[in-house]
Design a protein around this ligand. Structure first.
Ligand code: SF4
Length: 433
């Protein structure tokens, strides 16, 4: 539930501050100080939506409606998605279109797979509840935000879950800690103020809070390797089988080797069985083991395929993105689940986040003080080609940005310089004009 202006004012008053902070403000400053100025000092308003923000909100909405029990049957979720696909296809505004058709097809194939296969959390999931977090720097900072979803798991941990339809790149190591800063702030807030669970206020110290991303476009594929180790690999939903093709080919090609193993095991057991010293009781114990190996051998022999058939099966599985054409023991080997990424909330991670956040907030506060020349205080260095991706592709304020204008002009000039000479210029250059 989103808080209204009066409720936010009440919080402000109760906390004794003259404003509340949102993570998007800090995130904007970190992204580009000039962007912060345009948005929050000059208060230029633009509608920054695009295809990804549209689908991000639509996917959140469907998940939240499911957990809020707005529809009852799991199967309905895929139907609700299809309604969204129709709604989206009717949008004429080009800014909502994907850069190319392939990107759209891949994106929606992943999302369709998610809503047809996502794991249902077996706990009471609450969505969009407000959270506050307080930090002390040169002044008191009160953050206010919303948790996508939260629930208490079987171990009594409060799990903060965020749904992401973006790419998985950068969701590891130190980059993950940076990306998760918003959720870490919320976790700190939960540890400060507790959480209302089933009508009762409960406290959750940091070690009882989990921060998790559900990367909607991906699955975790879990399988056992030959050496007995369990391996988990991440793959895009739309072609997770294709991602496993090499492993699947190996599984099929290994079947004759598994039969050989059975034969060896049978020989070994039969030798034991026929040994002179074997008692009748011992023989009775060995009989089912020998039978088991014979049965397994006979079973596996049904699945010995030549090279051509192996290629055909792999192609069929990849095209359908399912393992139903594979032998049952290969199907059972693979478990496909949601791609969750957990952020480990160690004391160091919490401290690092707190320190960086307060430093950023202090900087913004000092730069925004009355009398400070904000034009100078929030200025940034010129945009270079190497750091232009965000400006060119994602910044919703670029049409109002002097740095972007200069960057464009510079690039246009560069292109003009690179233009081949006209026929007349060429003749002049050669002294023929
Ligand atoms: S275009 Fe680049 S430099 Fe300009 S406001 Fe946006 S992010 Fe900042």
């Amino acid at each position: 539930m989103r808080l209204n202006r009066e409720q936010l004012n009440l919080i402000q008053e109760k906390m004794g501050v003259d404003k509340l902070w949102s993570y998007s403000k800090v995130g904007t400053f970190d992204q580009c100080t000039w962007l912060y100025k345009l948005k929050y000092i000059d208060k230029i308003r633009v509608k920054g939506d695009n295809c990804w923000t549209w689908w991000g909100s639509a996917s959140h909405e469907i998940m939240q409606d499911w957990y809020d029990k707005k529809f009852n049957e799991y199967i309905e979720m895929a139907g609700v998605l299809e309604k969204k696909v129709i709604e989206y296809s009717l949008i004429a505004d080009k800014k909502y279109h994907f850069p190319d058709d392939n990107q759209w097809k891949n994106y929606i194939a992943n999302i369709r797979h998610y809503f047809a296969n996502t794991e249902i959390i077996p706990f009471n999931v609450i969505n969009e509840r407000a959270v506050l977090a307080v930090f002390q720097g040169i002044e008191k900072y009160v953050f206010q935000g919303y948790l996508d979803s939260e629930f208490v798991d079987a171990e009594g941990n409060l799990v903060i879950m965020d749904y992401k339809t973006s790419s998985i790149s950068g969701f590891t190591g130190q980059d993950l800690i940076k990306k998760a800063r918003q959720l870490i702030i919320y976790a700190i807030g939960v540890s400060q103020h507790g959480r209302m669970i089933d009508g009762e206020m409960r406290q959750f110290p940091i070690d009882k809070i989990k921060v998790r991303y559900d990367m909607m476009k991906y699955v975790n594929v879990t399988f056992m390797q030959k050496n007995g180790n369990i391996k988990v690999t991440k793959a895009e939903r739309r072609n997770w089988v294709g991602h496993m093709a090499t492993q699947l080919r190996k599984d099929l090609e290994d079947i004759p080797k598994d039969i050989e193993k059975c034969e060896k095991e049978i020989k070994k057991l039969e030798r034991k069985y026929n040994a002179k010293v074997r008692t009748e009781d011992e023989k009775r114990e060995l009989e089912p083991l020998i039978k088991e190996q014979y049965d397994r051998q006979a079973y596996l022999e049904n699945y010995v395929f030549d090279e051509e058939k192996v290629a055909e099966l792999i192609e069929q599985a990849c095209t359908s993105n399912e393992l139903t054409c594979m032998p049952p023991f290969i199907q059972e080997k693979y478990t496909v689940g949601n791609c969750y990424i957990d952020v480990e909330l160690t004391p160091e991670v919490i401290e690092e986040c707190r320190t960086e956040l307060v430093a950023t907030l202090d900087q913004i506060t000092l730069k925004s003080k009355k009398g400070v020349d904000t034009e100078e205080a929030f200025d940034r260095s010129r945009i270079e080609n190497s750091d232009s991706y965000y400006c060119v592709n994602l910044c919703d304020m670029k049409d109002h940005c002097k740095h972007y204008k200069e960057f464009k002009q510079h690039n246009e000039m560069f292109l003009m310089e690179k233009k081949p000479p006209s026929d007349q210029e060429l003749l002049s250059l050669l002294g023929l004009g």
